[in-house]
Design a binder for this molecule. Structure first.
Ligand code: ATP
Length: 296
C-alpha cells in the first residue's frame, strides 16, 4: 500500500491488474516476483480449464528463491476433494501461507507436484487458474476508489444489481447503504477509513461476485468487534458452501467444522484428521495448539 498512494502510476496499474487476477492479497512482493505472463481480463474459461475443486499436493518441497538452503516445505502430501473444507493449522512460520502461495502459483514448487482434478498445475493457464480462486486475507487491502469498484474488482462486467446482491450476501450492504454516497463512497488511503470487519466484508463481497471454485481464507488472528465478527462469520459460512475451501484457521469454531485438519510444523505435515481425531492424540501438537492458541 506504500506504493499505491504514490504517483508512480505504472506500478499502481501493474499492482491493480495483478490483484485483479488473484483477488486481494497481502503478499505484494511475492506477486511482483512472479515471472511476467500476460494477465488477461477475466474471460470465459475454456471447458478443459474449468476446475471441479479437487486438489492434490504430492511430495511438495519448497524453498524461497535465493534461500535454497532453508527448506520451507518438506515433502508435503495431502488431498482435498471438491467442496471440502480443509483447515491448515500450525505454529507461526510453519509454512501455511507458503502452501497457499503455491496453490495460487505465486511460486513454483522446488520438488514434487501440485495438481487440480488430477491435472498438473502447469497445464492450466495462470489466468484461468486464478480467476477460479478467490482469497479473503486477514488484513484486507482496499485500493483507492469507490466501494463499487472495490467489489467489482476482477468482474468489471458485473451489473450494479449483481454488486448489491453480492454485498448483501457478504453482510456488507447494511453498512454501505447507510453511507451518504453508498456504493460510490471513496475508500482507500485517501478515502473513508473502514473498520477491519467492514473491509473483510468487502473482500467477501468481491469473492461472492467472483463465484470461485476454490476459496482461500486467511482467518483474522485478532478479534473483530463482536457484531462484525458474527456478520463476517455468517457471510463466510455461506460463501464456503458448495466450493472447496482452504482455511488458514485460527478459530476453534472453524476448525471443528472442517472436513480435515492438516497440522504443519517446520514445513512438514505432522498430524492430519478431524478435530475429534486430533484432540485425542496425547501430547499431540494439535491438542497443544488447542489448549494454547486458538480463539474460542
Ligand atoms: P504465520 O502463521 O506466522 O503466518 P505461516 O505458517 O504462514 O506463518 P509462512 O509464512 O508460510 O508460515 O512462512 C514459512 C517460512 O518461510 C518462514 O520461515 C518464513 O520466514 C519464510 N518466508 C515466508 N515468506 C517468505 C518470503 N517471501 N521470502 C523468504 N522467506 C519467506
Amino acid at each position: 500500500s506504500v506504493f499505491i498512494g504514490s504517483s508512480i502510476g505504472s506500478l499502481t496499474e501493474i499492482y491493480a491488474s495483478l490483484q485483479k487476477s488473484i483477488g486481494a492479497t497481502e503478499n505484494l512482493f511475492a506477486i511482483l516476483d512472479e515471472p511476467a505472463e500476460p494477465l488477461s481480463p477475466v474471460t470465459a474459461i475454456a471447458p478443459e480449464d474449468a476446475l471441479h475443486g479437487n486438489i492434490r499436493f504430492s511430495n511438495v518441497s519448497f524453498s524461497y528463491p535465493g534461500r535454497e538452503s532453508l527448506p520451507v516445505l518438506r515433502k508435503i502430501s495431502f488431498q482435498v476433494r471438491a467442496n471440502q473444507t480443509i483447515a491448515l493449522v500450525g505454529p507461526s512460520g510453519a509454512g501455511k501461507s507458503t502452501i497457499v502461495s503455491l496453490l495460487l502459483r505465486l511460486y513454483d514448487t522446488t520438488g514434487g507436484h501440485i495438481s487440480f482434478d488430477n491435472k498438473d498445475i502447469h497445464q492450466f493457464p495462470l489466468s484461468a487458474l486464478r480467476s477460479q480462486m478467490a482469497t479473503v486475507p486477514q488484513d484486507v487491502f482496499l485500493f483507492g476508489g469507490t466501494i463499487l469498484e472495490n467489489i467489482a474488482y476482477g468482474r468489471e462486467d458485473a451489473t450494479e444489481e449483481e454488486i448489491i446482491e453480492a454485498a448483501q450476501k457478504a453482510n456488507a450492504w447494511e453498512f454501505i447503504e447507510r453511507l451518504p454516497l453508498g456504493l460510490n463512497t471513496i475508500v482507500g488511503e485517501r478515502g473513508m477509513q473502514l473498520s477491519g470487519g467492514q473491509r473483510q466484508r468487502i473482500a467477501i463481497a468481491r469473492a461472492v461476485l467472483k463465484q470461485p471454485r476454490i476459496l482461500i481464507l486467511d482467518e483474522a488472528t485478532s478479534a473483530l468487534d463482536a457484531e462484525s465478527e458474527k456478520l463476517v462469520q455468517d457471510a463466510l459460512n455461506k460463501l464456503m458452501e458448495g466450493r472447496t475451501s482452504i482455511v488458514i484457521a485460527h478459530r476453534l469454531a472453524t476448525i471443528r467444522q472442517a472436513d480435515k485438519i492438516i497440522v504443519i510444523d517446520k514445513g512438514s505435515i505432522v498430524e492430519e484428521g478431524t478435530h475429534h481425531e486430533l484432540v485425542n492424540i496425547d501430547e499431540g501438537l494439535y491438542r497443544n495448539l488447542c489448549e494454547m492458541q486458538f480463539t474460542q
